[in-house]
Ligand binder design. Structure first.
Ligand SMILES: C[S@@+](CC[C@H](N)C(=O)[O-])C[C@H]1O[C@@H](n2cnc3c(N)ncnc32)[C@H](O)[C@@H]1O
Length: 289
């Protein structure tokens, strides 16, 4: 009997083994049908490797502000030419002290300066006197009516070294690399496309040239100007510096406004020196009204 039991056990084990071997054979036969993984071509990034691949889908656009905002700041409406009289209001001399502001910039006679967003020419006329007959004021604005008023004011004041230019937010209309100083008084916060505008202004400046923004202080609630027409120094720097301008200083002696000075760094390749900061008299040009 034990021999019979041993024979049965042997047959049973043999049967199990046979079943196992058969299924293993079937499995290897199936595996033989699977094509071998393709070898990566020399130099190609392996798929699913986590290394850099050539992008086939369009890159998502950089996150933008909602319309009407730039870097979290609401862009102010452009001041209409119909309010141009306000730009020549009598109280402006005390409120903004334009001559003291321009004195601080030490603009030399003979300089090429741009009054960007010149409006009806309140500062263009003063700049024209400072740079004198050997210098030029390129006065730009996006509103044709402002340019027309500016022309009339320059003519009435017999000032001939102002060149009025109708510009756009995309085209500064300024010559490349020729401008010594760009002045924007109460303008930057209205620019509808600050990045493009700044890029154009940078192109117009000669290396070492200055960009000056005069803006009502956003930090000062007592300054009687609508909030979107004011700017903080921090916000101005945040927006302007990434566009290739170096912060020089902020002058804070005006009652209501920052005078924020940047320059276009001198490219080491170009080795162009900055204009000497000598104060000019420019006495030969006509006096503004
Ligand atoms: C508040 S006014 C100031 C005018 C002048 N700077 C002044 O102080 O008398 C702003 C002027 O900037 C102009 N402006 C707005 N956006 C501009 C831009 N991107 N480029 C040039 N001028 C612009 C407007 O048309 C308007 O005449």
């Amino acid at each position: 009997m034990p021999r019979v039991r041993a024979g049965f056990a042997t047959r049973f084990v043999a049967l199990i083994l046979a079943v196992l071997l058969a299924s293993a054979g079937e499995l290897s036969a199936q595996q033989a049908d699977v094509p071998a993984p393709a070898k990566p071509k020399p130099g190609a990034a392996p798929e699913h490797s986590g290394t850099k691949k050539t992008r086939t889908t369009p890159r998502p656009k950089a996150r933008r502000d909602r319309p009407g905002f730039y870097m979290g700041r609401p862009i102010a409406d452009v001041m209409s030419w119909q309010g141009a009289d306000w730009l020549f209001r009598e109280t402006r001399v005390d409120e903004e002290q334009p001559e003291a502001m321009l004195d601080a910039l030490k603009i030399p006679p003979g300089a090429t300066v741009a009054d960007v967003g010149a409006g009806a020419g309140y500062h263009s006329l003063r700049l024209a006197r400072r740079v004198g007959p050997g210098g030029t004021v390129l006065a730009t604005d996006v509103q044709p009516e402002m340019i027309q008023l500016l022309k009339q004011n320059a003519q009435a004041a017999r000032v001939y070294n102002i060149k009025p230019l109708l510009c756009s937010s995309k085209n500064s209309m300024l010559p490349d690399g020729k401008v010594d100083l760009i002045l924007m008084v109460d303008v930057y916060h209205e620019c509808t496309d600050p990045e493009t505008t700044l890029r154009g202004l940078r192109k117009a400046l000669r290396p070492g040239g200055r960009l000056v923004l005069v803006e009502f202080r956003g930090e000062a609630p007592e300054v009687p100007i609508k909030p979107e027409h004011k700017m903080t120094l921090k916000q101005v720097r945040r927006e302007v510096e990434p566009q290739g301008f170096a912060f020089v200083t902020s002058l804070e002696f005006l009652p209501w406004q920052h005078i924020i000075i940047f320059d276009k760094p001198v490219d080491k390749e170009e080795k162009t020196p900055a204009t000497p900061a000598t104060e000019g008299t420019g006495a030969s040009a006509e006096q503004p009204r």
